[in-house]
Ligand binder design. Sequence first.
Ligand code: 4NP
Length: 157
Amino acid sequence: MKKISVLFVCLGNICRSPAAEAIFIDLVKKKGLADRFIIDSAGTGGWHIGKEADARMRISAERRGINILSKARQINTKDFENFNYILAMDNSNFKNINDLKSRNSSPDFSSIKKIQNFRSAFKDLEVPDPYFGGDEGFDHVLDILEDSVSGFLESIS
Ligand code: 4NP
């Protein structure tokens, strides 16, 4: 069976989207679905390419038993060919992804959506950027992502 490919996207690819990626990896493993998915994350910006996720996010996630292992990369036009779902963390990411797609003439097989479209327990319409805030912001991001990422899985199952 062909695998379902999912790309989570934020601005820097060091806080929100690597957390979403790790939460989704953990979830599909727990549900015995890991072999059905290809899961990755990327940033619309390129400042942190090759870096590990922000230590504050890694530590907050580890406290929940979730390991964030990915290294930052920037989204590119090949991603529109390679991923079935591209899930943006906020409105700005969503616009930037769509702008990149509209400048691109290569094949496009992706469905681009905001991850918060799949929320149920939280009101947040965007995943807030925790980078310039305090530690509690990282926990809030993890809380809302655990909710919306599982909503996304249900929506495609
Ligand atoms: P992320 O957070 O988009 O969730 O990875 C950010 C990380 C870095 C910066 C902004 C947001 N930055 O300005 O360097």
